[in-house]
Ligand binder design. Structure first.
Ligand SMILES: *Cc1c(COP(=O)(O)O)cnc(C)c1O
Length: 369
């Protein structure tokens, strides 16, 4: 029998036991390494490789279910590496029109390089109709912030038939929510700033690919643009992986408890959580996800009600991002750029006790009724 998620994550990427060495070696701070004679690796110069990255990359590959991982200084460094290292002038990219807004903002850059971009929503697998002639099909599921879900295996099969590569931004779910490479994606991409590392204290991203040529292209891109993580961030991220299963189990349970409590609240409309049996995305999410993630979204009647609700919360910080052990929430429309109503709340469930979290949210709703 294969080891379970937490058994794997607590061991992932840790070196074989060696007398008098730590279980996880501390961060290696080095711009260059002793290197006499031939300039061959593994460790030559600090922009190419670092032993702290290597351990983390092996760990993430293990969680993704194989392949080669390249870690980056942020999620967007990983997203742009996957996008820009694999497409060239004259190629076509298919993107969701409801994905993370900075990913969407790459459209102008791609078009300025002579790449054609086609867009369709995540829901109802609408991108399926656009894959013919594409070089790269980009998916993000569940989408941020709308929480729509598409069928990865179905779109990947059609994209491959059309000769296209498939990348999935798996930030929200993490590999413990869905193993996108097993579902047919060529590249698993993520912002590890969010749920994978889960403490809200670092920025990081990664790309994992099973095909050695794709992995090498992404790796070369990192070296070329220098979008490298600091060794301290990489080490903290690796340390955080040990608790990934524990954190996600609690966050997922909290998110389901919160969504269930909000279901019939008269102040709440547009409630979305793919783990909720009544959610429009539940059927397809259940087929491909093992955990539904920590984000719940819903809409309050107005900007004013939403702002007052956020201020009334006692246990939930008003902040952007998601995936932290601390619950956070924000009125998403304050940023502009997302097609959401003024009272739209993106709520990220932490690891607090479910009863406390739900009581706090209901208290804040009562305060603005
Ligand atoms: C946050 C986010 C990113 C960007 O990640 P950074 O670490 O902030 O650069 C990309 N995709 C999704 C889905 C995200 O939520």
């Amino acid at each position: 029998m294969a080891d379970g998620d937490s058994t794997r994550s607590v061991r992932a990427g840790r070196p074989a036991p060696e007398q008098y060495t730590p279980e996880l070696p501390g961060p290696t701070f080095a711009a260059h390494f002793h290197l006499s004679g031939e300039a061959t690796g593994p460790y030559t110069y600090g922009r190419d490789a670092n032993p702290t990255w290597t351990l983390l990359e092996d760990a993430i590959s293990e969680l993704e279910g194989g392949g080669t991982t390249t870690v980056f200084s942020s999620g967007m460094a990983a997203v742009s590496a996957a996008m820009l290292s694999l497409v060239a002038s004259g190629d076509t990219v298919v993107m969701p029109d409801d994905c993370y807004q900075t990913t969407r903002a790459l459209r102008d850059r791609l078009e300025s390089y002579g790449v054609r971009v086609r867009m369709a929503p995540t829901a109802d697998d609408a991108q399926l109709a656009l894959v013919e002639g594409a070089r790269l099909v980009w998916l993000e599921t569940p989408s941020n912030p709308g929480l729509d879900v598409c069928d990865i295996a179905r779109i990947a099969a059609a994209a491959h038939d059309a000769g296209a590569l498939v990348a999935v931004d798996n930030t929200l779910a993490t590999p413990f929510g869905q193993r996108v490479l097993d579902l047919g994606a060529d590249l698993a991409v993520a912002s590890d700033t969010k749920s994978l590392t889960g403490h809200g204290d670092l920025l990081l991203g990664h790309v994992t690919a099973r095909d050695p040529e794709l992995a090498a292209a992404v790796r070369t891109w990192r070296k070329t643009v220098g979008a490298i993580p600091g060794p301290m961030e990489a080490w903290l991220a690796h340390r955080s992986l040990a608790t990934l299963g524990l954190r996600l189990d609690r966050q997922t349970a909290n998110a389901l408890a919160l969504a269930t409590a909000l279901r019939n609240d008269p102040l709440v409309t547009g409630l979305r959580y793919p783990g909720l049996a009544s959610d429009p995305a539940h059927a397809v999410a259940s087929r491909q996800m093992r955990r539904f993630g920590c984000v719940v979204s819903f809409t309050l009647p107005s900007r004013d009600v939403a702002d007052r609700f956020l201020r009334a919360l006692r246990l939930v910080g008003e902040a952007t991002s998601f995936g932290s052990v601390h619950s956070t929430a924000e009125r998403r429309a304050r940023w502009g750029g997302d097609d959401v109503p003024p009272g739209f709340i993106r709520f990220s469930c932490g690891i607090e006790d479910a009863d406390d979290l739900v009581a706090d949210v209901l208290m804040a709703l009562d305060a603005v009724r």
